[in-house]
Design a protein around this ligand. Structure first.
Ligand code: CA
Ligand code: CA
Length: 535
């Protein structure tokens, strides 16, 4: 037992304690997400007995040591069983376990929102931008956090839209223009902000309308633009400050304009600096001028200018370019005709259609197709929220850097003025978890279901009778309900289990999207599917 590789063992055997701990107790910040699994553990995890000398040394450390656990390097020259016995024979050690790798596993999640999927006999998804971003795989890793708010500083949001109303915080109207009385509370009277809000976070897996990128957390409507979609620096600046004061983490500015003499608008810069100091990440539309005019607020410091791409990952013809384009996101092709194939499908509002489905479908709310860098900014905001939800301790700059570093390089090789760092890829931004196919069939009916008058039957198919866990999570992945079935309680073939729509405390769960996951106890088979609860 000599040599530099045995750091952990020196430690356990009473060698250079504190020093070794400092060297070995670092936890990797990110789980490496290998494409092929390996069972070789990354050293050992050791729990020390309370009051032992080693435990006292640990108590000065942070992280794992709070749990009284140390991460020790392995001895590559010794069998794992022998290493374990050396550790376990140490009188200070309560237990020792291999530090196994875990791999994030992404599966496709297909929301049941009718405007998400391809139309009958069509291949292209109606909301093509979501699979383009790999959001449909990212959703199996995260679909948001309840404590992350995004502010839509825009023309307002339709507060009554059936696919948005449950996603909104109380909004505000901050429009001060002559001969114009804006609707109160952040209500939309243009449609633009409603479209943007739906792209970011329409209520998803509710069997209604469209899917959003982020499903948990809240949207803050901040109305600063009038019924024609125009607003002043004064109101926009006030809106940014108000959003930061409300605790918004992401601020979406799907608006902009040039500055006559090229001077950055100082009021907007001051407002953005205020938001940045409050920990906000600010996205702005790069502009729809199709040239390299400097657009503000996109070109301000501490703002990420977002350019638009078409369904073929080219810069959209209208997308303003220049050094201020930080990155790109789908915004739709600049075709004359707005179609689902090339435009962006989302929630909408307009004065004449009274909330009816203007796309020819039978949805209760209104939906529309728009293109522009506004839509691209909205996509970027949604993507940022997904990244942030996996690690809320990240700074705004870290989230931005992650999106840029993992974007798909398009256009000229490397970062370029036309498309910035490239087109956002949400799955890559989450660390490119291994994509796996569900290993077993899982579905439920009815879905959506109403727990006030029915239960839902969850069906999973097994090849062999293996013990299995069936769990239901909310949209922010908090465990709602879980049941273990032993091998004797399942059969090879079709297993039918009931979920009554109640959580572990016996309370009926709220409206919304849930995930069910079944995993066999040998870890060999699993599947994940959404459940919509509508009361
Ligand atoms: Ca929906
Ligand atoms: Ca490029």
């Amino acid at each position: 037992m000599a040599g530099g590789k045995r750091i952990g063992f020196l430690f356990v055997m009473g060698g250079v304690l504190g020093l070794t701990l400092a060297a070995a107790a670092q936890e990797p910040r990110e789980v490496p997400m290998a494409r092929s699994g390996t069972l070789t553990p990354a050293g050992w995890l050791v729990k020390y007995k309370t009051g032992s000398r080693l435990a006292q040394a640990l108590s000065r450390q942070t992280g794992l040591a709070v749990l009284g656990i140390a991460h020790l390097a392995a001895n590559s020259g010794t069998a794992w069983a022998a290493q374990r016995s050396v550790l376990q024979n140490n009188p200070d050690v309560l237990w020792a376990a291999p530090n196994y790798w875990r791999y994030a596993q992404a599966m496709e999640v297909v929301p049941n929102d009718p405007y998400y999927r391809p139309e009958r006999n069509q291949r292209r998804y109606q909301q093509w931008h979501l699979p383009k971003l790999n959001a449909n795989y990212a959703w199996s890793v995260t679909s948001g956090r309840n404590d992350l708010t995004v502010a839509v500083v825009d023309s307002g949001v339709d507060l009554n839209h059936p696919d948005l109303k449950n996603r909104l915080l109380p909004g505000v109207t901050l429009v001060h223009q002559d001969k114009y009385t804006p609707p109160a509370g952040g209500m939309d009277d243009n449609g633009h902000g409603t479209h943007v809000a739906g792209l970011i976070g329409a209520e998803t897996y509710n069997g209604v309308g469209v899917a959003g990128i982020v499903w948990a957390g809240k949207i803050l409507p901040v109305k600063v633009l009038n019924q024609d979609g125009a607003g002043t620096d004064a109101d926009i600046a006030a809106g940014i400050v108000w959003a930061a004061d409300q605790g918004a983490r992401v601020i979406n500015l799907a608006l902009g304009g040039p500055s006559d003499d090229g001077t950055p608008p100082q009021a907007l810069q001051d407002a953005v600096d205020y938001a940045y100091a409050h920990g906000c990440l600010v996205f702005a539309a790069a502009g729809n001028s199709g040239d390299n005019t400097r657009y503000y607020p996109a070109a301000l410091a501490h703002v990420l200018g977002v350019g638009a791409t078409d369904p073929w990952d080219r810069r959209a013809s209208y997308s303003t370019w220049g050094p201020f384009v930080a990155l790109s996101a789908p915004g739709g092709a600049g075709a004359e005709a707005l179609t689902k194939d090339t435009g962006m499908l989302s929630t909408f509002w307009d004065a004449n259609s009274a909330g009816t489905d203007t796309l020819g479908g039978s949805e209760a709310g209104e939906y529309g197709i728009e293109v522009g860098t506004s839509m691209a900014a909205a996509v970027a905001s949604g993507a940022a929220l997904l990244v942030w939800s996996t690690d809320p301790g990240m700074t705004p700059d870290q989230v931005a850097d992650r999106l840029r570093a993992t974007a798909l390089d398009i256009g000229a090789p490397g970062p370029d003025q036309q498309t910035g760092a490239g087109r956002i890829d949400v799955l890559a931004a989450l660390g490119n978890p291994q994509v796996i196919r569900p290993e077993l069939t899982l579905y439920n009916y009815p879905n959506p279901f109403n727990p006030e008058r029915e239960t839902t039957q969850i069906v999973f198919l097994l090849d062999l009778p293996r013990g299995a866990d069936l769990a239901v999570y909310d949209v922010a992945r908090a465990l709602v309900w879980k049941k273990h079935y032993t091998a004797a309680e399942v059969v090879a073939g079709k297993n039918l289990k009931i979920w009554d729509g109640k959580n572990g405390l016996g309370e009926r769960v709220a409206n919304g999207a849930y995930f069910m996951r079944v995993t066999t106890e040998d870890g060999k088979k699993s599947a994940l599917k959404g459940i919509a609860v509508i009361r």
